[in-house]
Design a protein around this ligand. Structure first.
Ligand code: HMG
Ligand code: MG
Length: 297
């Protein structure tokens, strides 16, 4: 049976924009987030408190969040890799953060300047201090279906890493197909392996990229396994600058179209969302990746 309702966790302003080299103005970022919230997205990841040299597009994180309704009904989480990032997020008044770990050695080095094992020591004080301060903490685990440098990633390694991240005190684990190589059967096997390790679908989210055109099929497989939180990016923007061959995220509009067709509640105004993505594609000067946006504009 399929779930009656799902939560769409919008990542366009963070995952979508982090990969764009032309810097988007602060005003346009504020407008993007404001429009996504107005379109009914129940949670919108706003930006990252990472090193500004690592992701120049998001160097304005502190200025951005001061212009957002942080105390409003829509959570606006931010990525935080380490204690320095947490200090900045706390100072800016954020109440929802997300840490982001790697299931592989190579990506831990390339994305975090860490190792697979030492990333937990970096995250541990972040999560404990954040929880003490009353913040909600989500954890991502990347490279769950394949890694551009290491190839196949064993399911056992993903489950071990993801479980360790949750055990630090995160409330939700988002399973990342960073480079979009996952397939529907693999999605099912991974969810079942987490379940066997004691992590049920109520604590999991799926974070799909669409490099191989499988994101929507993978989302459907995850729905059939009972997943009810899906990360998606307006217009299909996205990618990770530290992951070779990563392209756009599952487009929010494509996901909304699927869910509506299945009669699954999502709360998003598709027309308002499409208008937002068409506007953002003008800001960025490029065609929207989303097939649904191109069909409806
Ligand atoms: P590092 O160079 O090892 O940092 O980078 P460090 O701890 O050695 O510190 C060096 C200097 O940086 C120090 O300054 C720190 O204060 C400063 P100095 O004393 O030399 O003047 N510094 C910072 N400044 C501002 N904010 C900070 C910060 N931290 C240190 N947070 C670090 C380590 C983790 C910071 C770096 O590797 C980094 O910023 N990485 C982020 C990369 C990134 O954002 N990747 C994209 C997001 S992940 C993703 O997209 C995947 C996802 O979508 C899921 C999926 O698809 O799978 C989530
Ligand atoms: Mg991503």
């Amino acid at each position: 049976a399929l779930p009656p309702a799902v939560t769409i966790y919008e990542v366009g302003p963070r995952d979508g924009l982090q990969n764009e080299s032309a810097i988007v103005s602060l005003d346009d970022k504020v407008e993007f987030i404001t429009r996504l919230v107005a379109a009914g997205l129940p949670i919108v990841e706003a930006t990252s408190f990472v090193h500004p040299k690592w992701v120049p597009q998001l160097a304005d994180a502190a200025d951005l969040v001061t212009r957002l309704p942080l105390d409003g009904p829509t959570p606006l989480p931010v990525l935080v890799p380490n204690e320095r990032g947490l200090d900045r997020a706390l100072e800016a008044g954020c109440s929802h953060i997300a840490i982001f770990g790697s299931a592989t050695e190579t990506f831990a080095r390339k994305n975090l300047n860490s190792t697979l094992d030492s990333q937990f020591a970096m995250f541990e004080p972040v999560v404990s201090r954040a929880r003490d301060a009353g913040l909600d903490v989500r954890a991502y685990v990347s490279m769950c279906f394949g890694d551009p440098w290491e190839g196949d990633v064993p399911i056992e390694q993903v489950v071990t890493t993801g479980t360790r991240l949750l055990d630090l005190g995160a409330t939700q684990l988002s399973i990342g197909d960073t480079i979009g190589v996952g397939t529907a059967g693999h999605v099912g096997a991974l969810i079942e392996a987490f379940d066997a390790a004691g992590v049920g679908v109520d604590r999991l989210a799926m974070h799909l990229h669409d490099t191989y055109g499988q994101a929507l099929a993978n989302a459907y497989a995850a729905l059939r396994h009972g997943i009810t939180t899906f990360d998606a990016s307006a217009g299909g923007l996205g990618g990770c600058p530290y992951a070779e061959s990563a392209t756009g995220n599952l487009a929010t509009e494509d996901l909304v179209w699927l869910l509506t067709g299945l009669g699954i509640e999502h709360g998003v105004d598709l027309d308002a969302l499409v208008r937002t993505s068409v506007w953002m594609s003008g800001v960025l000067g490029k065609e929207p990746a989303s097939a649904v946006v191109r069909a409806l504009r």
